[in-house]
Design a protein around this ligand. Structure first.
Ligand code: PLP
Length: 364
């Protein structure tokens, strides 16, 4: 079976096998990682190795903190403005789909005002705004955007530059939930990166936050203390009990990326190949189509529709019977979506393409 779910997504099989092997007795210690105290030296070593491996994979500069926190990416929709609006100013947003709009709505819900610096609403979220279309407010405290819109299948092909009208630079904040670790990244371009774990990192609920040191003192005084990047950093992400087992599993995924895949450049090449193949199959068919501008097509989430909607149900049923799972598009948009996260092997994409061609021949 191959799992094309957008999230919680497939985990690498070797990671799941290792977790199974270690589940009852972690390296001869007579207990499960799930049962360890987060203060125990064995657990602290697991947590520290996960962070070190992530730092190595993404070449995270020393002036950034890495936090392993909880509440999903959605909690960061609130935590980001709480952490960055303490010195005044307004949150600025690029909205390119459903997740960016949710982040904007949360900032407005909490603090009333937020500025949309550019949006792809007018083109139906088929192409991201160009750099020259981004207009920050004079009082921009930061600019938030969504690197990859998981539902729309729309991905930024560049990292925005963030200058206010007066030429000063504002911190760039990015929701990378569905694209982090899909390839190398220049972390130094960002003020804050956050990612819900359940696509390319590990189990749902865990969130990784990467934050530049100079942004740690901008929090609002009325912030819930568990949201605080400064406090989390000082406590090694252990203000309260962290999601210990999820953190351990994330560490196994980082090890897999380093040791089995060979790092993010290698992962990047595999992901490029997987996406290229699938889009080529879609573009070369009469039955399937994807509306996104070529340069903004997501490598991780490939939505497509069938020319005849009545074929949706048989397509999904037959795909499932063929072991191709979770191809149904998000309930808000319909159609199909194949998510090609890191753990989806190239063979899964080959199997999907073969199935699609066969289905088209028979039913198209
Ligand atoms: N942001 C993006 C880009 C997502 O894809 C998702 C979830 O799929 C979220 C945020 C919300 O994540 P969570 O469910 O972890 O809160």
């Amino acid at each position: 079976h191959y799992n094309f779910c957008a999230g919680p997504a497939a985990l690498p099989t070797t990671v799941l096998e290792r977790a199974r092997d270690e589940l009852l007795d972690y390296q001869g210690r007579g207990l499960s990682v799930m049962e360890m105290s987060h203060r125990a030296p064995e657990y602290v070593a697991i947590a520290e190795k996960a962070e070190a491996d992530l730092r190595e994979l993404l070449a995270i500069p020393a002036n950034y903190k890495v936090l392993f926190t909880q509440g999903g990416a959605t909690q960061q929709f609130a935590a980001v403005p709480y952490n960055l609006l303490g010195a005044g100013g307004r949150a600025n947003f690029l909205t390119t789909g459903i997740w960016g709009k949710k982040a904007l709505a949360e900032a407005r819900h909490l603090f009333g005002d937020a500025h949309v610096a550019a949006s792809s609403e007018a083109n139906g979220h088929h192409a991201v705004p160009r750099q020259e279309d981004i207009v920050l407010s004079d009082d921009a405290a930061y600019l938030h955007y969504t690197a990859n819109e998981t539902i729309g299948g729309l991905e930024f092909d560049y990292i925005p530059e963030v200058r206010r009208l007066d030429g000063s630079e504002a911190p760039l904040v990015c929701d990378m939930s569905s694209s982090i670790l899909s390839g190398p990244l220049d972390v130094s371009k960002f003020g804050v990166i956050y990612a819900g774990a359940q696509k390319n990192i590990g189990p749902a609920g865990l969130v990784v936050v990467i934050v530049r040191d100079d942004l740690l003192d901008r929090a609002r005084a009325d912030m819930p203390s568990l949201f605080g990047y400064q406090a989390l950093a000082e406590a090694g992400s252990m203000i309260n009990t962290p999601a210990t087992y999820s953190w351990y599993l994330a560490g196994l995924v980082f090890e897999w990326l380093k040791d089995d895949v060979g790092g993010l450049a290698a992962m990047d090449a595999i992901n490029a190949r997987k996406a290229r193949k699938l889009y080529a199959a879609i573009d070369g068919s009469e039955l399937y189509s994807n509306p996104i501008d070529l340069r903004n097509r997501s490598r991780m989430n490939v939505p497509f529709v069938l020319a005849d909607e009545r074929l949706d149900k048989p397509f999904l049923a037959e795909a499932e019977a063929a072991g191709l799972l979770n191809l149904k598009g998000h309930r808000s948009v319909g159609g199909m979506r194949a998510s090609l996260y890191n753990a989806v092997p190239e063979a899964a994409v080959d199997a999907l393409i073969a199935f699609m061609a066969d289905f088209e021949k028979r039913r198209g």
